[in-house]
Design a binder for this molecule. Sequence first.
Ligand code: BGC
Length: 590
Amino acid sequence: MKKEIVFITAILIFISCRYSKKETTVSIKPNNDSTFANVKDRAWWKEAVVYQIYPRSFKDSDGDGVGDLKGIISKLDYLKSLGIDAIWLNPIYTSPNDDNGYDISDYRNIMKEFGTMEDFNALLKGMHERGIKLVMDLVVNHSSDEHYWFKQSRSSRTNPYRNYYHWWPAEKGKPTYRWSFFDVKSEAWKYDTLTNSYYLHYFSKKQPDLNWENPKLREEVYDIMKFWLNKGIDGFRMDAFQFASKDTTWPTLPKGYENNVIKYYGNGPHLHDYLQEMNKEVYSKYNVMSVAEGAGSSPEEAMKFVDPARKELNIAYHFESVDIGKSLNDYGLVNYKKIFSRYDSVFKDKGWLAIFMANHDQPRMLSKFGNDDSLYKAASSKLLSTFVLTMRGTPYYFNGDELGMSNIRFNNIEDYNDVDTRNKYENLKNTGGDLKAFLEDKKQTSRDNGRTPFQWNSTPNAGFTTGKPWLKVNPNYTTVNAATQENDSNSVLNYFKKIVALRKSSPALIYGAYKLYDINNTKVYAYTRVLNNEKFLVVLNFSNTETDFILPDELKSFTTITLTNYSSAKAVIITNNSIHLQPWQSVILK
Ligand code: BGC
């Protein structure tokens, strides 16, 4: 008996020595041109890691409780330390803030709460000095009702700005029903007594839709774009632009269409004409990133936005991979793998995608795709970062996810700020709906979960502000914060830096072919990324339990661990036939 134990122990020691390498050591080669030899169609926006900043919540410099540009400036060295290449900044233009900056009343000025144009210039300079590019939000499906154009437009039926928006004269009766995302009654046509007409607003009533059929409006938008591009910014993320073209005969849409709104509101009759015109007038003159937020409802439709031959935009940011309901656990990993694999098969030879799991319109990535329970939160945060940074497409990474920030889960409607949550609550209240169930659901799904202030340190309000924060700070900031994690080599933050560095130094992780293995495995997402002789195998255990990934013959040559998210005590064990993974363990092999 004793002999057997000694024998088995010896074998186990042999296996772990043979296969459990130094799992968190990454050797990063410099990213120089020769590493990328043979790559066709290189572009900076394909190679960039984009980090999204929600300015209202990032860092407050003047104690008014709202993040601002000077706050971001004070954190430029932090941003540099992440290793990211570009920032996508949510809207910072003048706005009455019905939808936190997505309702713009002056496209050429900075929102007072955020600072001044001098602050903006300093921010852009500071970023460029550190080799970080800046991509701004372009919100031109709609403006604010407080924009000069709309004030003029509503003043009379004959005003020169009338056709900058969509109006319906009330003497013709009620316009055809259109559902609105944020309206208290979900109605997108709002009656305006001043001219006895209705105007269209797909979002809130303070966000009237611009009329892209009007060439004058289009010219105005191109001028605005040039104004910012000539200042030296590096691109635009086009907000809700897939809704810009409308069928202005306003046909009746099928009952229940609002459950598939992108199909009916996206891809209007002239959408691609407008994008081609915009490209000719603006984008073709600059080497910038242009991202289509929302890009149809299928990979084929998404391709139309970014097929280079069509000369429109360069990155498609589709919603299928976030529109999966409340959590990945409910949706199922197999279905999730199918989305990415379907898109990749259409995009493998041309076009380019964005890869992301979160943004300011989503709950926290950890709470939706991972597990924010204290047992699993660190490992699952690291695993999700591994996924976003090793897939084919430009990674868009949301601020705070690098710390493993999680949903705050408010109990009361008064805690919410978001127009979407508040107006839907109001709607339910007026129609006698189940408010308790609604609030329960929002704990998991509300956008405000992703908008709570950034957790800088363990001082009051997480070091975000010295005043009263505009949205409550997640109480877990005492342990989940940047300062603590910077000093811990095993932290979620330091892992993020490693995976960013690995991606940037590995052409295969940027341009390499993606191949999925074991599609029906309900726990493990495994794929290879291959470019010429550089080959990676990524194996991700999206579950709370240990599991084995059985290696098909063609993967048996992958034995060297490049990076894993567990410390050595729980090193990954690779035998000849399988990889044994801990809960939420990720491993990248060469
Ligand atoms: C933005 C949202 C915004 C909406 C209306 C979206 O796609 O990302 O935050 O509420 O457009 O502008």
